[in-house]
Write a protein of this length. Structure first.
Ligand code: FES
Length: 88
């Protein structure tokens, strides 16, 4: 592994990018990119909660147990139904 590629891997693991589509008025979608600090073992739900608590409080989603038991957080991510509480 070259010195430059080591740096790239380190950079990729220091943060994650989330894109979220929100509706601003009927039929007008806005896509925003959020950068979230990476933490080993974090789930997609952890990233969404970070965005809501630190970057954009208007981001809306449902969550309850945060452990993959209740199914409350189910959502479509890249057109696939996913439980973000258990997906990394
Ligand atoms: S919050 Fe319970 S499964 Fe996601």
């Amino acid at each position: 592994m070259t010195e430059q590629s080591k740096h790239e891997v380190k950079f990729k693991r220091s943060s994650l990018k989330f894109s979220a589509t929100t509706l601003k008025r009927i039929r007008q979608r806005i896509c925003r990119i959020f950068t979230v600090p990476f933490r080993e073992g974090m789930t997609i739900l952890d990233g969404l909660l970070y965005i809501k608590e630190n970057l954009d409080a208007s981001l809306s989603f449902r969550t309850s147990c945060r452990m993959g038991i209740c199914g409350s957080c189910g959502m479509l991510i890249n057109d696939y139904p996913i439980l973000p509480a258990i997906r990394r």
